[in-house]
Design a protein around this ligand. Structure first.
Ligand code: AMP
Ligand code: MG
Length: 521
């Protein structure tokens, strides 16, 4: 300590030679001999399963990696200190060039229905599960690297991800978490100047994402298709042991677990619909058995409300249009339930699937009532919400701004207030709905300030509009990464006002209205 630390850095040291002597070691200043923050509490249970479930494979390092984004909120889930980003090897660790002590990298196998077409083998073609962490709170987190090079499952792909798509996934997953919607999380983006060829040359990047598990519907479909029910059972019991501990050892565990997957998927679809989120690629290999939003590609947050909104430019038939998501969720669950028919009887599978409409309706109804500030249930609510959505579509109002504006409607209003009128053109219809709505509010007798505050906690001011993501991407292409962090912070708390960042609440400017996103990533 004495020999290699300037005495002026120590408290009480001479201040004459150093005008602002720091009184401690600066944050993130890792010294030789300090413990390695990337030696995470790994507990790699998936790697202990039968080798059929994965390929043991190392990431292919990026050339000259540099850290682009690091999310301290996600780091905390791994007990990783926020200043780990300042570690000299942070970019190497976070892009897979240097193995984290305790990691056991592998690529997971799965199959799936892509746009309704059965594909007998998919798998992590460009993702690698570095390992699984059990944090100090006992939570399990998969640490998965995306864009980390080829695996046995890469098919025709190059195993890489472009910077653009990693930024989109990083921001969207944190935005969804901020909205309270179950999702994978994003820890870090590492970039490189290595070229990656898509429609045009781009550059490579990796994303580290976290989830309690990345197991998908397709992880089970593959073993059903191969006629290997023992594998399905092993995997189901692994999921149950890790994520449904109360079901362990029960003879009816598979039936009960399937019911939970049905309920959670229905609830996830309800959350997406209530917030105006379109996933874009609801293939069964992108459906989480934990009901998480998984695999962000050409997703879109609704702007001008259009029920049939298709966010994915490559989805020519609109299979994954916004308003088809609840039905597709059920279709996907039916494929999942079919894949469990060696574990669960046909009758039990059907009974589980039959829960879906009620589970969806209940959650969606509850979410929409809370968006309207209603605490009671009324037989007329479905029609009240239906008419609202229909007039919003007819007037093509901005979904997020409209609901946020409703928070300010006074319960004694007989007609629509000016701030709503300015967004609509069918004013007669708007007035009719408003008077019906405020009559319903008055019947609840809830004080306006209380209701308005509650509505402000469920109707976000900020969502990840496509042009905002594009702005962060454009800046990043010019090596300015500040917009990514600035957006992440706002989207992590989307119900707060953030007056200094209010520009993020604006609808898309004219230049951005024609932005399209496709499956290319
Ligand atoms: P996605 O549409 O991103 O969910 O990917 C569908 C399948 O294609 C998964 O098995 C991916 O691992 C694989 N895949 C997508 N892009 C690539 C790529 N660039 N290289 C290798 N595999 C890929
Ligand atoms: Mg996928």
């Amino acid at each position: 300590m004495e020999s290699n630390t300037p005495s002026t850095w120590l408290p009480g040291g001479s201040s004459t030679s150093s005008p602002t002597p720091p009184d401690r070691i600066p944050a993130g200043h890792y010294l030789a001999g300090m413990p390695d923050p990337f030696a995470l509490p790994f507990d790699n249970r998936f790697a202990r399963l039968h080798p059929t479930f994965y390929e043991v494979v190392d990431p292919t390092p990026l050339g000259q990696p540099y850290l682009i984004a690091f999310n301290p909120d996600a780091a905390a889930l791994l007990d990783l200190p926020p200043d780990a980003a300042a570690h000299p090897d942070a970019a190497a660790y976070l892009s897979g060039g240097k193995r984290m002590p305790g990691a056991e990298p592998l690529a997971m196998i799965y199959a799936g229905h892509q746009f309704g077409v059965w594909v007998p083998q998919l798998g992590d073609g460009r993702a690698i599960l570095l390992g699984q962490v059990t944090n100090s709170r006992g939570e399990h987190w998969d640490v998965q690297l995306k864009g980390s090079g080829m695996t046995r499952f890469s098919r025709m792909g190059d195993g890489r991800a472009v910077l653009r798509s990693t930024i989109r996934e990083y921001l969207a997953s944190e935005a969804m978490h901020g909205l309270g919607i179950p999702t994978t999380r994003a820890l870090a983006i590492v970039g490189s100047d290595d070229p990656v060829y898509r429609e045009t040359p781009e550059t490579a990047a990796t994303l580290i994402r976290l989830a309690p598990s990345h197991i998908r519907f397709g992880s089970f479909q593959i073993f059903a298709a191969r006629g290997q029910p023992d594998r399905s059972r092993e995997l189901a019991d692994h999921v149950i042991e890790r994520h449904e501990p109360d079901l362990v050892g029960r003879p009816d565990r598979h039936e009960r677990w399937l019911e939970r997957v049905v309920d959670r998927t229905a609830e996830l679809m309800a959350s997406w619909m209530a917030v105006g989120f379109a996933h874009g690629v609801m293939n069964t290999d992108n459906m989480s058995v934990l009901g998480l939003t998984l695999d962000y590609g050409p997703y879109g947050f609704m702007e001008a409300y259009e029920p049939g909104f298709i966010c994915n430019h490559s989805d020519h038939e609109g299979r994954y249009a916004f308003d088809r998501q609840p039905a597709i969720g059920l279709w996907n669950l039916a494929r999942f339930a079919e894949s469990l028919l060696e574990l669960v009887s046909f009758e039990a599978a059907n009974a589980a699937l039959n829960r879906y409409p009620t589970a969806f309706d209940q959650r969606y109804g509850a979410l929409m009532r809370s968006k309207l500030g209603l605490t009671t249930t009324d037989a007329d609510d479905t029609s009240l919400v239906g008419e609202l959505l229909s007039l919003m579509a007819a007037n093509r109002v901005d979904y997020t701004i409209w609901f946020r504006s409703l928070c300010a409607v006074s319960s004694d209003a007989e007609a629509a207030p000016a701030f709503l009128r300015s967004m609509a053109h069918d004013l007669e219809r708007l007035d009719a709905w408003t008077s019906r709505y405020t009559a319903r509010l008055r019947a609840e007798k809830r004080p306006d300030p209380e209701r308005m505050a509650a509505m402000g906690r469920v109707n976000p001011k900020y969502v990840l509009r496509n042009y905002l993501a594009q702005g962060a991407i454009d800046a990043a292409l010019g090596k300015d990464y500040s917009e990514i962090e600035s957006l992440r912070r706002v989207l992590a708390a989307p119900f707060d006002e953030h007056p200094e960042q209010a520009r993020y609440a604006e609808p898309a400017p004219p230049w951005a209205r024609d932005l399209v996103v496709s499956c290319s990533s």
